[in-house]
Design a protein around this ligand. Structure first.
Ligand SMILES: [Zn+2]
Length: 448
């Protein structure tokens, strides 16, 4: 790593036992339910107890009184957060042209420092918006992991495997795969960072590359994050060459024997959905990105009805363009209703589940997305003063989904450590990160 990248060591162990009492609590231990008032006990970065205040166990030690609603931090199931460097570029293009004409030429000029600063600003935005875990996929995954850890963001980092004429500087797919095991070893046991594999897509990699990814995934027990059926004609090349849909092709390659998180999944057949359910594939649903690129409306209610866990995701900030899961929840809910013509097709409780507990299940992380004994103390405090009226306690769930915004996020904790206070990230110099990203973005946009 180049010397201009600031280094931060990983910190181990969260703060000692503390009790938080709060006006309203949603634990997401089960279906969303508002407990008023609520209590969460945190010790060493883990939740040791969470529930209604009258049921709380005896406590000796510090107590912090919070105003508002305490709930699990959001889990973002698919993102390329360093793409804050490319935000706004390629507006008005479908995904294929957006990638090949605008993104890849600029990304071919990326340095590790660019990614470090992009991830630093991205992490500040994610945390400020109440997102405590992000499933990341980007070039220079080592720089992205380091920046996320330094910002105090929990990141599941998948190292990209992707080749293209504009991307020659990242080497062959064989060379890309070589570095991944080192990254896996470096972050083994880290309290914030874990590492998986990120083959870009079935259409953008040769069969032997995908087979090598599967071999490495099996050998090291790594999960795989991959784009699937985002654009309508994305599968044509696989159908022509192999006579299969993309999910069937991935199964034929043996990839579905690994744990797979499939992003987008807009154009799936009924058989594809059954196949994914059988192999316990998790799906990352990116409604805002799918809308921006006119990719289509994913069959989310069908996938969930088949038993597939679906998490809501921002995708990269050049596709959304904000790293804002409040907005994604509303988009997911409205798209599901428009697709089905049923005003009850998806509920606020559904989408809140799909940004917390179910999103964690997509990542195979039962320690995330809920405030329950043994879970990571990843949580956010939301200002409820503008959210009303509250006639029934459950109204607060409706209001958070329909009227919630990042501006209402007052405090955020990851692994029990506070990383946002008074609505501002405490771990990142945001102004400095914005300046760095602006300068670097201009260089990447230049033709030379
Ligand atoms: Zn993506």
């Amino acid at each position: 790593m180049e010397s201009s990248i600031p280094h931060h060591g990983s910190c181990n162990g969260g703060p000692a036992l503390i009790r938080y009492t709060v006006d309203h609590l949603i634990t997401m231990a089960g279906d969303p339910e508002v407990l008023s008032p609520g209590v969460v006990d945190v010790d060493g970065g883990r939740v040791v107890w969470a529930g209604a205040e009258p049921d709380a166990p005896r406590h000796e030690g510090p107590v912090e009184r919070l105003a508002g609603l305490l709930m699990p931090g959001f889990v973002n199931t698919h993102a390329h957060s360093p793409m804050v460097l490319l935000r706004g570029a390629g507006e008005g293009l479908p995904v294929d042209r957006w990638l090949t004409e605008v993104m890849w030429p600029r990304e071919g000029r990326l340095s590790a420092e660019d990614v470090w600063w992009g991830m630093t600003l991205g992490a500040a935005e994610l945390l400020g918006n109440g997102i405590t875990t992000s499933h990341e996929h980007y070039f220079f995954a080592d720089a992205a992991a380091e920046a996320a850890a330094a910002a105090g963001l929990r990141a599941v980092v998948t190292a990209p495997v992707l080749v293209g004429a504009d991307l020659a500087r990242f080497g062959t797919w064989e060379e890309q795969l070589e570095g991944i095991e080192d990254l896996v070893d470096r972050y083994a046991g880290h309290d914030l960072i874990s590492v998986g594999l990120g083959p870009h897509a079935a259409y953008s990699l040769p069969e032997e590359a995908l087979r090598a990814v599967v071999e490495l995934g099996r050998r090291r027990g790594l999960h795989i994050q991959i784009h699937v059926a985002e654009g309508r004609h994305e599968g044509d090349v696989i159908a022509e060459k192999y006579g299969m849909t993309v999910p069937a092709y991935l199964e034929w390659l043996g990839m579905l024997d690994c744990r797979v998180v499939a992003a987008h999944c807009v154009w799936l057949t009924e058989e594809d959905i059954a196949l994914f359910a059988r192999h316990e594939v998790g799906v990352a649903h990116c409604p805002m990105s799918n809308g921006k690129h006119a990719s289509g409306i994913a069959p989310v209610t069908d996938m969930r009805a088949a038993g597939i866990p679906v998490g809501i995701a921002t995708d990269g900030p050049s596709s959304h363009d904000r790293l804002d899961l409040f907005e994604e929840m509303r988009a997911a809910l409205r798209y599901a209703r428009l697709r089905s013509g049923d005003a009850g097709a998806m509920t606020p409780a559904d989408v809140l589940t799909m940004t917390t507990r179910e999103a964690a299940d997509v990542l195979g992380r039962p320690d995330l997305g809920r405030l329950a004994p043994g879970a990571r103390a990843d949580m956010m405090l939301i200002d409820t003063a503008p959210l009303g009226p509250v006639i029934e306690p459950s109204d607060l769930i409706t209001h958070v989904v329909y009227s919630g915004t990042p501006a209402l996020v007052r405090s955020v904790w990851v692994e029990g450590r506070q990383v946002v206070a008074d609505g501002r990230p405490t771990t990142v110099d945001v102004d400095a990160a914005r300046r760095e990203v602006a300068t670097r973005a201009a260089r990447l946009a230049a033709e030379t």
